[in-house]
Design a protein. Structure first.
Lengths: 313, 404, 178
């Protein structure tokens, strides 16, 4: 009984210390931001039902999207290579093949109409001061603007891979990959680094990446960090709430609100976990087995102790 | 030359040459421990097991770790965590064990303080134990440098800056320790050497000294009773195990040790697999950047109490207080002026001193983690002053202690 | 007296349980020594045979080891046809025959030198010799130079993959597994 009391005393002091040093201290150091579940409450709901056929005409035509954006799945190549594009626009305009399933529909609509607003970078791109966002606003092709925008969004959704076909890797590359490298997954801002036989070819590729990064650094003010191990340094909650609104954590940052929908956000997290916490499934599996074993170990030790001490008490 | 006869068995052959039977008697089957002990007496074995886990996991990490500022971080977080089979397991075991070992050290230390196991002949056990605490602290610090993350770098920067000695401005000494103006390749390599070779050797030597210091005074017991080990051992050997006040290390003490170890390992492995962020701080998953200090930097939890003693004061006073805090525990056997080797509960004012010290160290630990602002820095200052005050009054309250 | 028979029992049972844990730990430790996936993945090299010249030894690299490629000229092919042991070592790619071997002497691992006039290999370490198809002609090497796993792909050759021709060579004992 006395030993149990001693154990309780030790456990209580340890738990108090743990609580103060970990959960309590961390709550004091980082204020907790609730996720809004990727609902984009500040953006207006879509009022019109979009038509994908009309949308295609707009995207390829009056919308002028393909002037900067490639759409691989529709056979539209990029107008420029990635490095030149980053020199012109600061960052390589994304391919739009996956945009329809990666981004939230409300967000896409708002983005087409007013990129700086949807991306939450108006503090950096203020039209009144003549600072224009590299992506132009779409003022309409003569008809109902909301209808036209809904049509364009519908078209993008129609060509995008759905469900399982949108892999975590695709979601990440679409949403984040043009600014963030992930060297643990061999991802650079201009694509996966291929294997080269000749050193010169490898150096040429590396030079292209560095040139791109220089342009990006000029555009963003700093080089967006490599995300290889971010799932462990920041954690899922921080990354999700950061994507929802970077200003939550880094006031004045040039990082735009990403605009992913909830499913794409889950896939981005999974990609980051594959990069920075690759063995998590094995850890769970082995962990369960070890826990079962060690409980058996402790029981046998207890039984041995009881047998030995029967003679001593 | 001793007389050797034809061996009757492998055991006999070894026994004639190495005296293994005598070793077995002296170190195990006739190494007498008091029976009047509780599970806290098993903390030594728990420490030995934890140290063993650190050694073994460290060996496998050492196979793949690269002590180079350009590749260290990825050698840990890519090669070991992603590529090496079970690399993640060794890394988790090593990180969690490095943190939990200090919890056990503090429990072990405070058990010693509570039961007076540092007095009357046991001073060397206490002193060698405190030296082990210093050695483990140095081992933990040097090890923390190795992943070369943001915490590694800035902890390295700050702790080596301590050696400038405040107003002494011993910048040359700081540069000498680092081998460079800032923590860089030279710094990483030499702390790698310390962590992998020199300090472990020192720890092994000190463990030997710690065990050796135990033999003559023997292990203490819950009542601080002075036991006639010869007489009690004779009773035990004659068959009166129930009546004897002693037990044998093997199998009696060992079986209880193993039971405690078993429960400890349930707790330990749960942390290793399912709850390890406290031991592997997220900030250290950012690669070291000499041009950017993290928003919140703090040492590992087990250093927080002495970190908090440094913080509230001006540079020179803080350094003096900090040095005082490191050294003062060693002097406990000499500052405690009472001859009573009984548990604290029976020692009058010392009882309150003990619990006050324990609570104060927890408060210091908590404040050490919190941002040094507002109410937290105020509480921290008072806790630091309390710490110093408690040590100052110790000789006085123990001198006037009634003989138990 | 019942105690005596049960006395050692629990201790031994506990020891056995601990032993299971020790064995599991040893398994994990053994796996940690295994070559890393990135090492194993680097185990493929592609050779483009179209540029190779007759009787000119080319040295490539595969899994960190030197690989000899020797295109046989017409004369060398005639000589090889006279000895079945030579012929079975040659690999036909397109219209030409090639000798492809790991360039490490099967005695103790030094790299033999090729003499294009003599059309033979000489290992400077202990004097072993091989002919133009790397069949051993002078002791001490115990066998001809080993042939790496290969797969013919048009005019290219992928080392590290086991194509049908290689599998046949393995089965008939022309080479040992490398």
């Amino acid at each position: 009984m006395k030993e149990l009391f001693i154990l309780v005393v030790v456990a209580v002091f340890t738990s108090i210390t743990y609580y103060l040093v970990e959960p309590f201290a961390h709550s004091q150091m980082h204020h907790h931001i609730e996720s809004e579940g990727f609902t984009y409450k500040d953006l207006p709901a879509l009022t019109k039902k979009g038509d994908a056929t009309r949308g295609k005409d707009l995207v390829m035509g009056a919308g002028a999207c393909t002037g900067c954006h490639s759409i691989e799945v529709a056979g539209m190549p990029a107008p420029m290579d990635a490095v030149s594009a980053s020199g012109a626009y600061g960052v390589n305009p994304p391919d739009l093949s996956n945009a329809g399933s990666v981004y939230d529909a409300k967000f896409l609509a708002a983005l087409i109409k007013n990129p700086a607003h949807a991306l939450m970078v108006e503090h950096k791109f203020d039209p009144a001061k003549g600072q224009m966002h590299p992506m132009a606003q779409f003022y309409g092709a003569g008809g109902d603007l909301d209808q036209e925008v809904a049509d364009m969004v519908a078209y993008l959704q129609s060509i995008a891979p759905k469900g399982e076909k949108l892999t975590p890797k695709m979601a990440f590359e679409t949403a984040c990959g043009r600014c963030h490298a992930v060297h643990y997954e061999n991802w650079t801002q201009i694509g996966e680094k291929p294997k080269f036989k000749k050193k010169q070819d490898e150096l040429a590729f590396d030079t292209k990446v560095l040139d791109y990064q220089d342009n990006l650094r000029k555009y963003m003010g700093t080089l967006p960090p490599d995300l290889s191990i971010y799932i462990r340094s920041r954690g899922e909650h921080y990354i999700k709430t950061f994507m929802e609104n970077p200003q939550n954590y880094l006031k004045g940052t040039a990082m735009p609100r990403v605009g992913v929908n909830a499913e794409a956000a889950e896939k981005v997290i999974e990609y980051l976990e594959d990069s920075g916490d690759t063995k998590r499934h094995e850890r769970e599996e082995v962990g369960k087995k070890v826990m079962v074993y060690i409980i058996i170990f402790a029981i046998f030790a207890l039984l041995w102790k009881k047998q030995v001490w029967k003679e001593l008490h | 030359m001793a007389h050797f006869t034809k061996a009757t068995s492998v055991h006999d052959w070894l026994n004639q040459r190495l005296g293994i039977d005598t070793v077995r008697r002296v170190m195990a089957t006739e190494y007498w421990i008091p029976k009047n002990i509780n599970f806290l007496w098993a903390m030594g074995m728990v420490l030995a097991i934890t140290f063993g886990l650190l050694l073994v996991s460290g060996i496998f990490l050492l196979m793949y770790y690269q002590p180079n500022v350009a590749t260290a971080f990825d050698s840990v977080n890519y090669t070991i965590m992603r590529e090496v089979e079970f690399g993640w397991l060794w890394r988790h075991i090593h990180g969690v064990a490095a943190s939990v070992v200090f919890l056990i050290i503090y429990i072990h230390m405070f058990t010693g303080i509570y039961y007076g196991s540092y007095k009357k002949g046991r001073e060397m056990i206490w002193i060698s134990g405190m030296l082990l605490f210093v050695a483990f602290s140095a081992e933990a610090f040097s090890g923390y440098m190795l992943p070369w993350g943001q915490m590694s770098y800035w902890a390295g920067m700050v702790i080596t800056n301590l050696f400038a000695g405040g107003s002494l401005h011993a910048d040359g000494l700081v540069e000498w320790i680092r081998g460079d103006y800032v923590p860089a390749q030279a710094f990483l390599n030499r702390f790698f050497m310390l962590h992998v070779l020199l300090i472990p050797l020192a720890i092994l030597g000190l463990i030997g000294l710690h065990f050796g210091a135990l033999r003559i005074p023997h292990v203490n017991n819950q009542d601080g009773e002075e036991i006639d080990f010869e007489a009690e051992a004779a009773k035990y050997k004659a068959g009166d195990k129930k009546g004897s006040k002693v037990i044998a290390f093997v199998n009696d003490f060992m079986s209880k040790d193993m039971m405690v170890v078993g429960f400890y390992l349930i707790f330990f492995f749960y942390l290793v697999f399912f709850h390890y962020d406290f031991a592997m701080d997220p900030v250290n998953f950012d690669p070291a950047n000499g041009l950017k200090t993290p928003a919140h930097i703090y040492p590992e939890w087990y250093f927080l109490w002495s970190y908090e003693i440094l913080r509230p004061f001006s540079t020179d006073i803080g350094l003096i207080a900090f040095a005082f805090a490191q050294v003062i525990f060693v002097l406990l056997p000499f500052l405690d002026r009472s001859p009573n080797t009984v548990p604290a509960s029976r020692r009058g004012l010392f009882k309150y001193w003990f619990w006050a010290m324990l609570v104060d160290m927890i408060v210091l630990t908590a404040m050490g983690k919190l941002p040094p602002e507002g109410i937290f820095s105020t509480i921290g200052l008072y806790a630091a002053l309390t710490f110093i005050g408690l040590w100052i009054i110790l000789p006085f309250i123990t001198k006037s202690e009634k003989k138990a | 007296m019942k105690d005596i028979s049960r006395r050692g029992f629990m201790g031994k049972a506990f020891g056995a349980v601990a032993g299971v844990g020790a064995v599991a730990s040893l398994y994990a430790m053994k796996k940690s020594w295994d070559p890393l996936p990135s090492v194993k993945a680097a185990g493929f090299t592609t050779l483009d045979m179209s540029d190779y010249k007759d009787n000119e030894l080319v040295t490539e690299k595969w899994r960190g080891k030197p690989i000899f490629v020797l295109k046989q000229n017409a004369e060398m092919v005639e000589t090889a046809k006279k000895n079945p042991k030579d012929m079975e070592r040659l690999i036909k790619v397109g219209e030409s025959y090639y000798m492809i071997c790991v360039g490490l002497c099967t005695h103790l691992g030094c790299i033999p030198g090729y003499n294009p006039e003599e059309k033979s290999f000489l290992c400077a370490c202990h004097g072993g010799m091989y002919d133009a198809t790397a069949l051993v002609t002078k002791a001490p090497p115990p066998r001809g130079l080993d042939i790496p796993p290969f797969k013919i792909d048009g005019t290219k050759m992928v080392l590290g993959e086991e194509g049908p021709e290689y599998k046949k060579m393995l089965e008939s004992g022309v080479t040992l597994k490398v």
